[in-house]
Each structure stands twice: as C-alpha cells, then as structure tokens.
Design a protein around this ligand. Sequence first.
Ligand code: 5GP
Ligand code: ZN
Length: 112
Amino acid sequence: MDCIFCKIVSGEIPSSKVYEDEKVLAFKDINPMAPVHILVIPKEHISGASEINESNSAVVAHIFEVAAKLAKDMKLENGFRIVTNCGPDAGQTVNHLHFHLIGGKKLNLQLG
Ligand code: 5GP
Ligand code: ZN
C-alpha cells in the first residue's frame, strides 16, 4: 500500500522513533509545531478517525496510554495537546490514523 506511515512502520522510510510495541509506533514529526511534537500511530493501517469501529478501537485506548506515558517521559507536566485531523476540512495530509502529541510551550487555542 502506498502509505507513508505504513512505510515508517515497516522501516522502509526512516523516522526518529520514541516508542514502539507490537501495536503502536511513536516518532517525531518531521515538521514540529512545538518543542515536543510526536505522532502516535497504530501499526495497523486505519485511514483516519472516521474509520474507527468496534473491531479496531482498542488500539486507540492503547495510543492514549502511550501518549500519557510519553508526556511524562518528555516532562510535559505543564500540559500538552492530543489532536487528530480527519479529512480535508480538518487538514489531514496523511491518510493513516495518527495522533499529534504536542507540548513544551504555551499552545495557541486554534480549534477551528
Ligand atoms: P496531518 O496534517 O495529517 O494531521 O499530519 C501529518 C503530519 O505528518 C504532519 O505534521 C507532517 O509534518 C508529518 N509527516 C509527514 N510526512 C512525514 C514523514 O515522512 N516523517 C515524519 N516523521 N513526519 C511526517
Ligand atoms: Zn498506512
């Protein structure tokens, strides 16, 4: 499949990994918006938040556990944001479900 993030999972495209287990991968965003900007993704290809369903949603809970652990590791005790963009109106540019973990500075509130 021609998916950048599947290629990052397989190792075909290199990335700066910060966490990996059998279900998920976390790596640094190539174009960081803040001092900490990590993408947490399921290894399984799910095209976006609109494709989460009863049979694949467990990985989403796991992603949030990993994000909380990474936020502690990265010392984001002042707070952080977790964002997922879905579809063109939200500006999704990679059609493989991913959660941005952003922090390390005072974040602007831009939700729409
Ligand atoms: P979206 O706009 O879909 O919510 O987020 C996609 C994110 O993936 C962007 O923040 C972009 O910088 C990041 N990205 C795109 N291609 C690559 C890549 O090849 N490597 C890494 N590490 N990040 C990427
Ligand atoms: Zn993919």
